[in-house]
Ligand binder design. Structure first.
Ligand code: CUA
Length: 162
């Protein structure tokens, strides 16, 4: 070995990772897009934000019983209210919130349970959560949406099992 050959090894130690890392990232991208099927939100998860009030299921906001202990809440957010404002379900229910915004970006946050989502105009957001403990849960908008953002709230009332 020539005396300066370590310089080449040192360069090689940098060059190889600088090729391997982008190649690894590209492979991860290809695997997640085509293997795991992870994509940007498609049209099937969207409604026309200017026609939210006319489009199912948002033309009839409210609570729908899907089966024993399973409920779907069709919820519309707008400045500065949630519709429905109040949701009542029995304790132990599994509730799926299907919601969107009519106007600007709102938030859907229910402290105490695992609901913390953004509501983008026309983008349908689905969150499923189980309410085991009876009580009153606030439904809060936690994305700044204008002057009366701080009063934008609703509630989920979880009734004790009869
Ligand atoms: Cu809606 Cu803040």
């Amino acid at each position: 070995m020539r005396p300066n050959s370590t310089v080449h090894l040192y360069e090689l130690a940098w060059i190889l990772p600088s090729i391997a890392i982008p190649v690894g990232m590209l492979v991860a991208l290809i695997v997640s897009a085509f293997g795991a099927g992870i994509h940007l939100p498609g049209d099937e998860g969207r409604v026309d934000p200017t026609k939210v009030a006319q489009m199912a299921p948002f033309n009839q906001p409210g609570v729908v019983e899907l089966g024993p202990g399973r409920y779907e809440v069709r919820m519309v957010a707008q400045v500065w209210a949630f519709e429905p404002r109040e949701v009542r379900v029995p304790a132990g229910s599994t509730v799926t919130f299907v919601s969107t915004s009519k106007d600007v970006v709102h938030g859907l946050f229910i402290p105490g349970v695992n609901v913390n989502a953004m509501l983008l105009p026309g983008q349908v957001t689905r969150v499923t959560v189980r309410f085991d403990r009876p009580g009153e849960y606030p439904v809060l908008c936690h994305e700044y949406c204008g002057l009366a953002h701080h009063i934008m709230e609703g509630k989920v009332i979880v009734e004790p099992k009869s």
